[in-house]
Design a protein around this ligand. Structure first.
Ligand SMILES: [Zn+2]
Length: 323
């Protein structure tokens, strides 16, 4: 599944295609999604859909679609220009430019990304232009948190809310990218392509996941602490990823008793074993200890000591609760 197919099933496409067909394009759209990567891709496709020269818009191959990809469509501009927040100066420039007639296309389009990060002052600057928009200008605003947008802006925009993506859509996207462990990464992504892409950076997700099962099952004596501590420390930058996996495995062990959806479905056989070792009470105690490790990592505590302590704590919970 590639990105254009994602777009075609999006809310944004549903709204825009109807507006285009009925010749009722709004002068301001506000697209919100928690998924930053997806949101950016969607908004570019939205611009393509408006500018596309073919009937099946966005086609991705016509002159206008290609110009948008190459950043040389003169009547389309993205703000902020660099990876910064929208500044008041950006808004002033957008307002000024919006009064200049389009040069090539029938509309001038401004994409204002992460509009929720713009200050109240900045948001207020564009208000008047949204109230009485110049002819043939379309603003597309994107945001992650609609709560940070001024009500006066909301009331002047057509709002489009994108839901989180399904597990199967994310798997298809990852498979298209030929990512191994697509299933595990999709399970950890919480329905977000942004998260999935971050997780890809961890090579060998399945190995890390298997280490967390193995450690939970086989950690029995202080000698094992030494062995698993060195295994975990070898992960280096992936240690936080291992901790995420560990928490998800523990969570799965609890819910597997009541058969609610598992995060790691393909490992359901492991939960039979884990359930025999860990009660819900024990798991809660261990999760608390894992959370402490995140804090210690944030405070740059000695990582070897921190991991050793975690393993010791797990062993202690096992010992105390089994008595
Ligand atoms: Zn096109």
């Amino acid at each position: 599944m590639n990105l254009i197919q994602f777009y075609l099933q999006s809310q944004t496409h549903k709204v825009l295609s109807v507006d285009l067909r009925s010749n009722m394009l709004n002068h301001c759209y506000l697209i919100s999604s928690k998924d930053e990567f997806y949101l950016h891709e969607l908004s570019i496709f939205a611009v393509k859909e408006i500018c596309c020269l073919n009937e099946n818009a966005p086609c991705n191959i016509c002159n206008n679609c290609i110009k948008i990809d190459h950043g040389n469509m003169v009547d389309f501009e993205v703000f902020p220009k660099e990876k910064k927040s929208l500044m008041v100066e950006d808004i002033n420039l957008v307002v000024e430019k919006s009064y200049v007639r389009p040069m090539e296309f029938k509309y001038k389009i401004f994409l204002l990304e992460n509009f929720d990060e713009c200050t109240i002052q900045g948001q207020n600057k564009i208000l008047k232009t949204l109230e009485e928009p110049p002819q043939n200008v379309i603003f597309i605003l994107t945001c992650k948190n609609i709560g940070k947008i001024l009500p006066t802006i909301l009331s002047r925009s057509k709002k489009i809310t994108e839901n989180i993506l399904s597990h199967s859509l994310i798997i298809e996207f990852l498979k298209e990218m030929k990512i191994k462990d697509a299933d595990i990464i999709a399970s950890m992504s919480e329905g977000s392509l942004t998260n999935a892409l971050k997780l890809i950076e961890n090579d060998g997700a399945s190995k890390i996941l298997e280490l967390s099962y193995e450690m939970l099952i086989n950690l029995k004596t202080s000698k094992d602490i030494l062995y698993y501590s060195s295994k975990i420390l070898e992960l280096k930058k992936d240690i936080p990823f291992f901790l995420d996996m560990l928490i998800n495995v523990l969570r799965d062990t609890i819910v597997s008793k009541s058969s609610i959806n598992l995060i790691f479905k393909s490992y359901s056989h492991q939960y039979e074993t884990l359930k025999k070792i860990y009660s819900s009470n024990m798991i809660e105690k261990i999760i608390k200890k894992v959370c402490e490790v995140y804090n210690k990592i944030d405070f740059n505590c000695n990582i070897t000591g921190t991991i050793d302590q975690l393993l010791l704590d797990i062993l202690e919970v096992k010992y105390l609760c089994q008595k």
